[in-house]
Design a protein around this ligand. Structure first.
Ligand code: ATP
Ligand code: MG
Length: 393
């Protein structure tokens, strides 16, 4: 039919998008959708009163677009629909008939559910449902109305254009809040299994991510960095726009190793990472730091060790994995496809010069006094931030 076109309708959580910032968040979500579709075919996306609509040129394969969209937080579902360029009742009835013929296995019970976002439309939703339902009953065999538990639900949405689809073909999205809608956080992203998962969970609550990776060449290899770049790229799939800063850490690390008793080095490194991350947060207007720490996983993550991080940064430190077991973290890492990247065998800087017996109960006061005795650190930190490599995804 000339009047119709196949499209994708994207639905998103309206609750998160209420209030005066609605348009800002809607645009962030729209940006995330456009970013994920780029490079997958000739798709274009437009807003349509509380929905996004994806259209495409003849040679694009829309089934490739669906998984690119259903991974974005804040999206509740995506469905293949028919768009009607003309939304007169006659056109809707004719298209509803064609759609039902093609998609409903009869005999079946059915119902028509109409949503009228366009309040100018000269008919109420229930009236429209009645007229369409009646038309289907008069023109198709094997249909019976059931308003409470139908086998086939035909959805009609009357917006600037009219859309027809079946509730049975909706693909669910991941829920959560739209990318960036909660403000920004700086994620300390190592090449390990945990921190990408922590970033994913933070992004799920709408936190926009700037990631910081501390790189210590030549002790950590170019391959280790590539691994983090690949992880950041994968995270951007869920989080919308993401910036990665690769901060040169060698000079700082060597200085700390030189001045710190070996059993305390990991804590000193972590505190310094938090300090740098906080300075990056200031530049990025971020309101929190995010790490992949999980209580008791290793010596540097005992509750005593986490306590010994106190005062390294003033910003709140979010530790989404604090109370997760390793296997729970691995399950999420596999689901979001960061696991296979994380297990590539390249060292992180924290595993360098690793002491045989790292302290599990470091004392904050002792850590602070060692820190106070190391001079010239502020300059090294400033230089590291200035020389950071920035990669935008
Ligand atoms: P992960 O699997 O995330 O690497 P881990 O179990 O190896 O964590 P640690 O090495 O103790 O644990 O790191 C704890 C957290 O510190 C990491 O989750 C990450 O947030 C941060 N971190 C560690 N090393 C780095 C690094 N080189 N760059 C950025 N952040 C780091
Ligand atoms: Mg690690």
């Amino acid at each position: 039919m000339e009047n119709t076109k196949e499209v994708l309708i994207i639905k998103y959580g309206e609750i998160a998008l209420r209030g005066k910032n609605r348009y800002i968040y809607e645009n962030m979500l729209l940006d995330a959708v456009r970013k994920n579709l780029a490079g997958h075919g000739d798709f274009w996306v437009h807003k349509e009163q509380g929905r996004f609509v994806v259209e495409w040129s003849h040679d694009a394969d829309f089934s490739r677009a669906i998984p690119q969209v259903t991974c974005i937080f804040g999206i509740t579902s995506v469905c293949v629909a028919v768009k009607l360029l003309d939304h007169s009742m006659e056109s809707i009835q004719a298209a509803a008939l064609e759609y039902t013929q093609a998609h409903c296995v009869r005999p079946a019970t059915f119902r028509v559910a109409t949503k009228r976002a366009n309040k100018q439309y000269p008919m109420r939703s229930d009236e429209a449902s009645g007229k369409i339902g009646e038309y289907l009953l008069n023109n198709l065999d094997g249909l019976k109305v059931n308003l409470t538990a139908p086998q086939f639900t035909l959805k009609i949405e009357i917006r600037n254009f009219a859309y027809i689809y079946s509730a049975d073909v909706e693909v669910k999205g991941p829920g959560g809040l739209p990318p960036g809608s909660a403000g920004k956080g700086v994620l300390l992203l190592s090449g390990g299994i945990d921190s990408p998962v922590a970033g994913y969970l933070a992004a799920k609550r709408g936190i926009g991510i700037t990631a910081v990776y501390f790189h210590s060449p030549p002790y950590t290899s170019e391959r280790a960095k590539e691994k983090v770049v690949d992880l950041a790229k994968r995270l951007a799939h869920f989080s919308g726009k993401l910036r990665l800063l690769v901060v040169p850490f060698t000079d700082i690390q060597l200085k700390l190793v030189d001045r710190t008793p070996p059993e305390k080095i990991t804590i000193m490194l972590k505190r310094t990472m938090l300090k740098i991350a906080e300075k990056v947060a200031e530049k990025e207007k971020a309101l929190a730091l995010i790490t992949g720490d999980s209580v008791g996983q290793v010596a540097s993550q005992t509750l005593h060790s986490l306590h010994a991080m106190t005062g390294a940064a003033d910003l709140p430190i979010l530790r989404p994995l604090a109370c997760f077991d390793k296997h729970e973290i691995v399950t999420i890492a596999q689901k979001i496809e960061t696991f296979d990247i994380s297990i590539r065998p390249y060292d992180d800087c924290c595993t360098l010069f690793l002491p045989k017996h790292p302290e599990t109960k470091p004392k904050l006061s002792i850590i602070q006094s060692i820190e106070g005795s190391i001079d010239g650190m502020d300059e090294l930190i400033e230089r590291a931030i200035t020389n950071a490599e920035i990669i935008n995804f």
